[in-house]
Ligand binder design. Structure first.
Ligand SMILES: Nc1ncnc2c1ncn2[C@@H]1O[C@H](COP(=O)(O)OP(=O)(O)OP(=O)(O)O)[C@@H](O)[C@H]1O
Length: 610
């Protein structure tokens, strides 16, 4: 610690004790979006920091405020040093005495059943080196594993885990010996972790073993420096499949340990590569901030459309946010936007010597917060589901849910119309199925009816868009949509080239499966992801077979082989769904034709147009 701070530590502590916030520093009165919580965790001083005599500089103000105060000691030109104080409104603050369990119970635990029900839940932890990110994230992973695996959640699910590390422009698979992988976007705008291994998890211990294996790979990465963990982003993704609603989108739970800013005292050792790395981290955190704010703004808009025109979610601007597309998908089409809950944990080092980095962390946290506007009057919106209160919603459910009527006690015990629209679809259907006599078809049809009503009441404020458009509200023709939906544009001349000679990631093909044929029969469709030799030897297809076995072991006569995602018939006639996680290997010789699928926003399925 700087000599000036050591010499004046007692005066500093005295000033902090006497601190009274000014009027404008007193309020936290703003309420954050309940689905986007921004929290701060202030760790305790560590024994060596105490022995150096470092005072604490960051405090939770307590009382009925939700404000963090940070105090610096100002060097005077003459006279005695004085206090320079800053305050930051944050949704939830956990002080040095709080345990990770208390934090988990207060803000993280609800994310687990949300993902279990088919939603997207994300926890981000960030902060400067040594602020407690790893401490917090590893405790949280253990607690999440407990909630997921202790049998307390309703229904059966299949869990799959992948853990990747993003360092600058490169991505590595931490479940596959740090093999380099590619983050690709397919023609539907879905992000693929091409080549990343997904492990099926069945027990808490296998969950924790994978986490530990990934953490040790990160710690011991030979090419990185000692504090490698703070110079890269680590993304743990748990995909939760619900076998009882096979067409439903899988729930996703992300736990993300973000690269942090550095402690001021570490900056003296910078070389050019390190400066470049720091710049890349700052850029990705800045884009992340814009995406979190943009998405929170979109979700605030009660009509899921009109006010959202002003929100911009630039998720393609960094590998981190591209990888998290499910979290930030800005499509104004209500059905394509996944129901998300997000918690950000800003980890703060309380040392007086590190206030500059702590200010950055807290300022960043403050910027992520989106203020909820005052609610509009609800009474005269009898036909607009998004404006219904719980009473109006229950009345409509009882009247419109067919025979037998779906129990509103179970479907929407407390929710408003807007909250029910945000509920993950599989969870909506699971709740409907709890009414005796209600079948899957009945529940699905009622869910569609509810969405259809919502869509119909908002069509005037909608424009046609497709999944993957960055800017909502832009009118585009069907052909423009199809052309712009792939990373590689298809020129008019390309149409004259046989499709087998222009196979690219994102292309949809029909094929005639040779050899092993599943329950769907030999005629199938798939989205091309990559050539099989681009993925590691441990990656397996939907049948558990190695995708890229050592040469000579795969079936011959199929030509060039591609890893593809299956396109499966959906519950509605003529409709298709892309099943990203069910991957197969298709040889060029098995492929029959290129297929153009178009997205239909009302039913939220793809339809074949050519
Ligand atoms: N809430 C806490 N209670 C007690 N000790 C803590 C707490 N948070 C962090 N620590 C301790 O502080 C030290 C630094 O924490 P940690 O390694 O988690 O920081 P980090 O932000 O992940 O750093 P890096 O980015 O360099 O990996 C560790 O010794 C850890 O045990």
């Amino acid at each position: 610690m700087e000599q000036f701070l050591i010499d004046n530590a007692d005066r500093y502590k005295q000033l902090v004790r006497a601190f009274k916030p000014k009027k404008e520093q007193c309020t936290s009165g703003r309420t954050g979006n309940p689905d986007f919580l921004i929290s701060a965790r202030i760790r305790p001083l560590l024994p060596d920091e105490v022995s150096q005599g470092s005072p604490e500089s960051v405090f939770s103000r307590g009382g009925d405020t939700s404000v963090v105060d940070l105090h610096e000691l100002k060097k005077p030109i003459r006279g005695l040093p004085s206090l320079n104080s800053f305050s930051y409104p944050i949704d939830h603050i956990f002080g040095p005495e709080s345990t990770t369990r208390q934090m988990y119970d207060a803000i993280i635990k609800p994310l687990v059943p949300w993902a279990w029900g088919g939603g997207v839940s994300t926890v981000f932890a960030y902060g400067q080196t040594g602020s407690g990110k790893t401490f917090t994230v590893s405790d949280l992973e253990g607690l999440v594993a407990g909630t997921l695996m202790d049998g307390g959640l309703e229904g059966e699910r299949k869990l799959h885990m992948s853990i990747v590390e993003l360092a600058g422009q490169k991505s590595f698979d931490l479940l596959n010996s740090r093999k380099q992988i590619s983050i690709l976007e397919d023609s539907f705008g879905n992000t693929q972790l091409a080549g990343a291994l997904e492990q099926h998890i069945t027990t808490k211990s296998s969950f924790l073993e994978l986490i530990e294996a990934a953490a040790s790979l990160r710690r011991t990465a030979p090419t990185l420096k000692n504090d490698s963990s703070s110079r890269s982003h680590a993304i743990c993704r748990i995909r939760i499949e619900n076998p009882s609603i096979p067409w439903a989108e899988d729930g996703l739970l992300y736990i993300i340990d973000l690269a942090g800013s550095e402690a001021a005292r570490d900056k003296t050792t910078h070389d050019a590569a390190r400066m470049k790395e720091a710049k890349e981290i700052n850029t990705s955190l800045s884009v992340l901030k814009d995406c979190i704010r943009g998405r929170a703004l979109l979700d605030l808009d009660p009509s899921f459309g009109s006010g959202a025109k002003n929100a911009y979610v630039p998720f393609r601007h960094s590998t981190l946010t591209k990888t998290l597309k499910h979290v930030f998908d800005p499509s104004p089409t209500a059905g394509t936007r996944r129901s998300c809950k997000t918690v950000v944990v800003a980890c703060v080092n309380p040392c007086l010597a590190d206030t500059s980095a702590s200010k950055n962390t807290l300022r960043y946290a403050e910027m992520l917060r989106v203020v909820v506007p005052t609610k509009k009057a609800l009474s005269d919106h009898t036909n607009v589901p998004v404006m219904w209160n719980n009473e109006q919603l229950r009345e409509w459910i009882t009247k419109s849910s067919g025979t037998p009527p779906i129990s509103c006690e179970v479907l929407a015990p407390t929710e408003s119309g807007a909250q029910l629209l945000r509920l993950p679809i599989p969870e909506f259907i699971s709740r409907c199925l709890k009414t005796p006599g209600v079948s899957l078809e009945h529940a699905t049809a009622f869910q569609s009816k509810f969405w259809q009503l919502h869509i119909d009441t908002n069509t005037h404020s909608r424009t046609s868009t497709t999944a993957g458009n960055d800017k909502p509200g832009t009118k585009v023709t069907r052909m423009e949509r199809l052309d712009s939906s792939a990373d590689i544009e298809t020129s008019p001349e390309a149409k004259d080239i046989p499709f087998k000679e222009r196979i690219r990631p994102g292309m949809v093909v029909s094929y005639h499966a040779v050899g092993k044929v599943g329950a769907l029969g030999p005629k199938q469709m798939a989205v091309v992801l990559s050539r099989v030799d681009a993925v590691g030897e441990r990656v397996r297809d939907v049948n558990g077979a190695q995708v890229n076995p050592p040469s000579g072991e795969h079936e011959s006569g199929k030509g060039e082989r591609y890893l593809c995602s299956m396109v499966l018939p959906a519950i509605l006639p003529g409709a298709y769904d892309v099943s990203l996680w069910r991957q197969v290997v298709v040889g060029v010789e098995e492929m029959e034709a290129e297929v153009i699928l178009e997205w239909d926003m009302a039913t939220r399925y793809h339809y074949m147009t050519v």
